[in-house]
Design a binder for this molecule. Structure first.
Ligand code: SF4
Length: 619
């Protein structure tokens, strides 16, 4: 029976068939035979999560825009589909043309979170592509990966042929051109990888050797040949107004996590929160102009019919012309009943005017992220917001007709004490008091305060990259304490199980030896680790034991200043000396100014013309 018939038969039996059927509005329908280069964009999680991801939409449109390249989407199948695929002997296929991923020239993964790594191995295996790079032949596709986790590529070094570091827009086309040459000019696999390594922002791990000290720390990561760059510098697109952004995006038939237009208003963040990896990796700040954004919003809305536009960035409240943008979008979208939402507001930057403007369209719940319960700890992490800021914005929100507020915190932050945990409950109580200060009759009914606490995971390229994560029992104790103190009427408390955060901490700062652990865990059946119904912590621990590695060495150990970190050969632009200085300031609970107020010398100032704010008012 033909592959397509077998797929159709499976789709009759599977739950949530729209995850696999394709044919959504605005998907690319390009003829396979007419495009010389075929790119399978693999999201290593389910359709609902992958389809909510902005980066995928950008790169999907960008690759398909070129007449010579075709991009199709591939998602991690859910367990029922995986079982059927095995039964029917169906390889992993793209949802547009249903070609097995092995037929593509490039198989690209996006690395958004560490706990998707086992899904990458599963997708390669289901796609009949050798899981380890060294086993791939001239017939196999080139397997590439990008995204924030590519900044520490080492745990995946055995499985990925080439990593793209930094902004993907420019390097993606350059990479595809090289891979097209492999096909058209007959470059060997090795020649192709060597050509890729010559591109700025591309890291080919097989061209580097890693050595270790006796204590298990990394001694050096050394290029195997003299021409191979000792350090791989991230790519930065200088001006978002002249960078591709899709004007139409696929609209799913089924419910997904973020089902709306995501308008990336700017990239990067100047705040310098010390726990935040994205804030460091996506520097410098680049804003899209008002005109560009309004034109994009209108085109995207017309092409999709969506009734919600989310203004997306790490810190949307910092966008220079936020009130003008909201006002203009509202004017143009009001008749179409399109609402505007701001997903990642920082509490000190929400202008009252913006609140009043947005509430004319839609009152969803407002999210604030104080991250820590006391001012001391907020200073340690450089979260430059005060309790007064939060309460004032909560008051504005309640007066503006909101009744639902979400507060995000982290537990296990460096130097955290019981007082900091008590501070979380105090803050929740004070927010409730603000609600009751608004006169009955003018405030919205149904107060809801949701407090969420996630466990701190130290990440590479942050001032906390040297820090130890709290061991699991200690985290559990803190969470039990929080449950007790947050037993307050009107408050719902959500927390994360610490097991996943522990593994995330291992892989976030892991070295190349973790490839063996990942392989072993996958062979034992670990997949879909981000889902509680499929997560098997016991099997992960067995895999570590069998590989002779201690997970606590990765998660719970403080690093010394002179230790070679597994990602030191990746150049994010931010210098290690700046990060160390920030770590020392955090130990003294000293804050560092937002670099919109003056350059703090993070390292990017060395890259000529990259950061517009560089050296202005430098300290
Ligand atoms: S170079 Fe200066 S202004 Fe630019 S991101 Fe770094 S600290 Fe901020």
């Amino acid at each position: 029976m033909e592959l397509n018939d077998r797929i159709e038969r499976m789709l009759e039996k599977v739950q949530k068939a729209p995850r696999y059927t394709g044919g959504e509005m605005n998907t690319a329908v390009k003829r396979w035979e007419e495009c010389p280069l075929h790119f399978a964009f693999c999201f290593p999680d389910t359709y609902e999560i992958g389809m909510s991801h902005l980066g995928m939409k950008i790169l999907y449109g960008l690759i398909n825009r070129e007449p010579w390249s075709l991009c199709e989407r591939v998602f991690m199948p859910w367990v029922d589909m995986m079982a059927l695929m095995e039964e029917e002997n169906v390889p992993l296929f793209s949802i547009e043309s249903r070609h097995p991923i092995h037929d593509f020239d490039v198989v690209g993964f996006t690395l958004q979170y560490e706990m998707s790594y086992s899904n990458i191995l599963a997708m390669l295996r289901m796609g009949r592509i050798p899981v380890e790079s060294r086993d791939r032949t001239e017939e196999d596709p080139i397997v590439v990966a990008g995204g924030p986790c590519a900044f520490n590529p080492e745990p995946l070094a055995d499985f990925i042929d080439a990593f793209m570091i930094g902004d993907g827009e420019d390097v993606m086309t350059e990479l595809n051109r090289v891979i097209l040459r492999r096909k058209q000019e007959g470059l060997s696999r090795q020649q192709c990888l060597e050509e890729l390594a010559r591109l700025e922002g591309v890291y080919v791990p097989s061209l580097y050797e890693v050595t270790y000290n006796e204590d298990g720390t990394v001694k050096a990561v050394t290029p195997k040949e003299s021409w191979v760059p000792a350090s791989v510098r991230k790519r930065v697109v200088p001006d978002l107004n002249h960078t591709y952004y899709p004007e139409e995006i696929p609209v799913p038939y089924t419910e997904i996590v973020f089902d709306r237009i995501m308008l990336e208003i700017m990239r990067g963040c100047t705040r310098g929160c010390r726990f935040c990896q994205a804030g460091m990796l996506y520097r410098p700040v680049r804003e899209r102009s008002l005109e560009t954004l309004i034109a994009l919003a209108e085109k995207l809305q017309a092409a999709t019919g969506y009734e919600e536009i989310s203004l997306s960035s790490l810190s949307s409240g910092d966008y220079t012309c936020l009130p003008e943008l909201i006002r203009e979008l509202m004017k143009r979208m009001k008749d179409k009943r399109v609402s505007i939402s701001l997903p990642s507001l920082r509490i000190d930057s929400v202008l009252k005017e913006s609140l009043e403007e947005t509430q004319q369209v839609k009152k969803s719940s407002l999210t604030f992220a104080p991250e820590a319960g006391t001012q001391r700890l907020r200073d340690v992490i450089n979260k430059g917001v005060t309790e007064e800021d939060l309460l004032e914005k909560a008051r504005d929100a309640f007066q503006g007709g909101w009744s639902s507020v979400k507060l995000y915190f982290m537990d296990g932050l460096p130097s955290e004490t019981t007082e900091d945990l008590d501070g979380i409950a105090d803050l929740a109580r004070k927010v409730i008091e603000e609600y009751f200060k608004v006169p009955r009759g003018t405030r919205a009914k149904g107060l809801r305060v949701t407090v969420s606490a996630s466990t701190f995971v130290p990440k590479p390229f942050t001032p906390f990259q040297w820090a130890a994560q709290d061991p699991i029992p200690q985290i559990q104790e803190k969470q039990a304490y929080l449950k007790k103190v947050l037993n307050i009427k009107g408050v719902t408390f959500n927390w994360h199980e610490p097991y996943l955060s522990f593994l995330e901490a291992c892989f976030a700062r892991g070295d190349r030896r973790l490839g063996a652990v990942l392989r072993r865990a996958f062979e034992k059946g670990c997949i879909l680790d981000g889902w509680s119904e499929t997560f098997r912590f016991d099997l992960w621990m067995e895999a570590f034991r069998e590989c002779g590695l201690d997970p606590a060495f990765y998660a719970n150990r403080e690093r010394a200043r002179d230790e070679v970190l597994p990602w030191d050969h990746i150049d994010s632009g931010i210098t290690k000396s700046f990060l160390w200085r920030e770590k020392e300031r955090s130990e003294r609970a000293e804050t560092t100014r937002d670099c919109r107020q003056g350059c703090n010398g993070c390292g990017l100032q060395r890259w000529k013309g990259v950061c517009a704010g560089a050296n202005a008012g430098s300290v």
